[in-house]
Design a protein around this ligand. Structure first.
Ligand SMILES: [Mg+2]
Length: 244
């Protein structure tokens, strides 16, 4: 059907909410690492007011937003923003700077452990195995998942952490970085992702085709040419088949 377009030979994947449901992981991670920190501090100094009483989770979240606005050059680097927020908050809590830093680092280590306790959709493993036979694969994420810490890592020889590039999607740079490392022209690549603004629009503007996982059923009345709407990533092989 797409006789004027070159065949797709490379696929780039968003991760969170494309290959797994990220909501529960993030809730467990957010609550879990803060509760861990609260406990650790309470154990170390039983006389001090609990951290969670002085600074409830909502205060930590507000501080992250404040620091994100204050440090625009760090945009997208959520790990840095979290760590910095914890350091400043623990300092205000009365800990000397070095101790605040130590607890912030330990809390973030706990955060990263919890962040990687995620379960890809059951179809994903087999899907990527099959696709890797025919396509060059890459991951492009704004999230702070380290692909190398996931069992899925073997499918993604190319993995771009856009937040750490300080150029989170919808910035074009993470897409260009992935395409360069795959050695693919945009016209021969398809991006697969769930966010209209962070996945669909930037990839489409570069001339990639896009498989949009429309999780929230926010379908606009008309899709641009080269953008295909899927309800779930499991529908991707049928789409690719249809396009060849
Ligand atoms: Mg996503």
């Amino acid at each position: 059907m797409s006789s004027t377009l070159p065949p797709v030979t490379a696929l780039t994947f968003d991760l969170d909410d494309t290959l797994w449901d990220n909501h529960e992981v993030m809730v467990a991670t957010e609550n879990g690492h803060y509760a861990w920190l609260d406990e650790a501090l309470a154990r170390a100094d039983t006389d001090r007011q609990r951290l969670s009483e002085r600074f409830p989770l909502s205060a930590y979240q507000a501080r992250r937003q404040h620091i994100a606005r204050r440090e625009p050059l760090r945009r997208g680097d959520f790990t840095w923003i979290r760590r910095q927020s914890l350091i400043e908050m623990l300092h205000d809590y009365g800990l000397p700077h070095a101790v605040a830093e130590e607890y912030a680092l330990a809390a973030m280590e706990h955060f990263m452990t919890l962040r990687h306790r995620l379960t890809p959709y059951p179809e994903v493993e087999g899907l990527l195995d099959a696709l890797a036979q025919r396509y060059a694969l890459a991951a492009i994420t704004n999230g702070n998942v380290q692909v190398t810490r996931l069992p899925l890592a073997r499918h993604f020889p190319v993995a771009i952490a856009a937040g750490e590039l300080l150029a989170p999607k919808p910035d074009a740079r993470p897409f260009l970085a992935a395409l360069a490392r795959l050695g693919s022209a945009p016209s021969r690549a398809m991006h697969v992702g769930d966010s209209w603004h962070e996945d669909v629009l930037p990839a489409w503007r570069l001339g990639m085709r896009v498989a949009w996982i429309d999780k929230h059923d926010e379908r606009p009345s008309e899709l641009p040419a080269g953008v295909y709407r899927l309800a779930h990533v499991r529908e991707l092989p049928a789409l690719l088949e249809h396009l060849t």
